[in-house]
Unconditional design. Sequence first.
Length: 235
Amino acid sequence: MSQSAPTPDESPINGLDFAPEWAGTNVFLACEPVRDRTSELQEQELAYIQRSMELRRNTFSTGRASARVALANAGIEPVALLRLEDGSVQWPDGIIGSITHTDYWAVSAVALSAMTEATAIGIDLEPIRALDQGVIELIATSEERDEIADQASPAWHATALFSLKESIYKCLRPSYGQFIEFHDVQIKGVASGRPELRFISRDLLRRYNENKLHLRMAVTHDHVFTLVWLHQDHS
């Protein structure tokens, strides 16, 4: 589905309140319209996109710019945001965070580890669009596909399901250290706005308590925004 170019007052996260019900407390968000911000990158960051196409350069540089805004809101000085071996962001010590982008918007979420109940965060922003049946079969279990088929607005439901699974992957990937397949997790209750998670993968069940993984979602304009956070295990 094509999108018209956005204007700053059309930010897909404007007006959303993410604390305390989103990831406990002290989650700082920043949303920036995608444009060329490569001049703001530090040398080590610029090296990642030296041979990239224009859109990739713009989304990457704006993603880093939005992350620095979120960090500044948290009282953290700007730093180079490098990559870990798995491709995720190497956040400063004492910070957890996540970056997401569409072709038009980049959003970052960060939190101070000492001031939140979360140990990891994953976010995703998706424009609502109709998904091909083949894509739905790729991302959804049979039970999830039944839920999608029952909806008056299946495009919204399928987009939200995809976004939630992307956020789960981004939240768990650094600590899990392996690729998480779409069918490794099952999410019910998307239509209610209170999605519930069940691990299908036995390895995920062994590694994590699914009750410690919290799923949040919001619909704004023609986007779905999701946030997943892993609760500290004090047991």
